[in-house]
Design a protein around this ligand. Structure first.
Ligand code: PMP
Length: 406
């Protein structure tokens, strides 16, 4: 019965990890997966997380009971405030805890398939590869909008806006809230306004994917700029979806802490309340059949951080620690390449933001980096800058210099 089942290729990103762990060379550099590392190349448990964990362990009421279907209320409310701001209009927002950002996207996909069937889901070109897999996995049709202009290493705004204009009315546009993966390139404030105005004209539904809040500028509020602007511009016409991950900005990758928010269009108080109740029941049904109820431990830690003023303050400081170390690595890498006289212009490395740099190295160069220098990154040339540190940045610059000159 299974003899003819197709054997699929391994996941590109997780396969890098496997090859790297099997590599016996003494010096190896992992610029693959987007996970923060400290200056010694180690995973970092944020001080805010350590404090919240010890606080939880001391709590005599701590237990491992099931959470409600929609998740831990103190977490989902805190998560909504983190992305929408303290004064968000809770009468129009439904927040449901999810299995990190991926799970939030999965809830969105199931919801769209059930409630908004037939709508095309537009993804940026390029984007995080799992986007396509998640939406198509729910039998939704995906299409692309232009985003990255490889020759200018900048936003292809005209092409992007053209696609927004020509897409069927009421399509779904997945927008990276900040720190675009893989390009590290975000629209400027003015470009965001143009993009969102065009969405309004066509009654499109925007889905903000927020997986890196805090990594673009180091400031969690500033990084919510596009989402908050989107809510203001879109609120009368269309719902807005937000898929929020706490994997990276709380450094709890494996605990799978996330939230799906559905903002309903603003109508009268009575209609808002009734629509909210119906949609909440639909979302509860999706979650119940998928995971029954979400995992508790990570949500309790993040909730403690979000709802304890000193820990929240510490978290904001932790965010600055992470983003400024990454930023310093961007500058060191660019400066070393300039000093080495490596052919090409490397300023884009410092112009980009977030965890990644879209280096513009070709797949052949990336392969050579791995084979000759044990420097690992994805074939698109995306490098996770968080994998650089004082001890390996010059080594990586020299390796890049060698493959570029080859
Ligand atoms: N969206 C984007 C753009 C991402 O890069 C990621 C993580 N790589 C996610 C969502 C979701 O990640 P997670 O499920 O680990 O929260």
């Amino acid at each position: 019965i299974f003899n003819n089942v197709e054997h699929l290729p391994p996941d590109a990103l997780f396969d890098i990890k496997k090859r790297l762990s099997q590599d016996t060379r003494p010096v190896k550099v992992d610029l693959g997966i987007g996970a923060y590392r400290d200056n010694s190349g180690k995973p970092w448990v944020l001080p805010s997380v350590r404090s919240a964990e010890s606080q939880l362990q001391k709590d005599p009421n701590f237990n491992h009971e099931y959470l409600p279907i929609a998740g831990l209320p103190s977490f989902t409310t805190g998560a909504a405030k983190t992305i929408f701001g303290d004064d968000y209009d809770s009468t129009r927002v439904i927040s449901v805890q999810s299995i990190s950002g991926t799970g939030a996207l999965h809830i969105a996909a199931k919801f769209i398939e059930k409630i908004l069937p037939g709508r095309i889901v537009y993804l940026s070109n390029p984007t995080w590869p799992n986007h396509k897999a998640i939406f198509e996995g729910q039998r939704l049709t995906t299409a692309q909008y232009p985003y990255w202009n490889a020759s200018t290493k900048s936003l292809q705004l005209d092409g992007f806006l053209d696609t927004v204009k020509t897409a069927p009315e009421g399509s779904i546009f997945v927008l990276h809230a900040c720190a675009h993966n893989p390009t590290g390139l975000d629209p400027s404030k003015d470009q965001w306004a143009q993009i969102l105005d065009k969405m309004v004209e066509k009654n499109h539904i925007v889905l903000f994917d927020s997986a890196y809040q805090g990594f673009a500028t180091g400031d969690l509020d500033r990084d919510a700029y596009a989402v908050r602007l989107g809510l203001t511009k879109l609120q009368k016409v269309a719902p807005v979806f937000v898929c929020q991950s706490f994997a990276k900005n709380v450094g709890m990758y494996g605990e799978r802490v996330g939230c799906f928010h559905l903002v309903i269009p603003d109508q009268s108080v009575e209609i808002n309340a009734s629509v909210k109740a119906s949609l909440s029941s639909q979302l509860a049904k999706i979650v119940r059949s998928e995971v029954s109820n979400p995992p508790a431990y990570g949500a309790k830690i993040v909730s403690t951080i979000l709802n304890t003023p000193e820990l929240n303050k510490q978290w904001h400081a932790d965010m600055v620690t992470m983003s400024s170390r990454i930023n310093s690595m961007r500058h060191q890498l660019r400066d070393h390449l300039v000093e080495l006289g490596t052919p090409g212009n490397w300023d884009h490395i410092v112009g980009q933001c977030g965890m990644f740099s879209f280096t513009a190295l070709t797949p052949e160069m990336v392969q050579r980096l791995e084979q000759n220098h044990a420097v690992y990154m994805v074939s698109s040339g995306r490098a996770s800058i968080a994998g650089l540190n004082e001890g390996n940045v010059l080594y990586v610059a020299k390796a890049i210099d060698e493959v570029v000159r080859h």
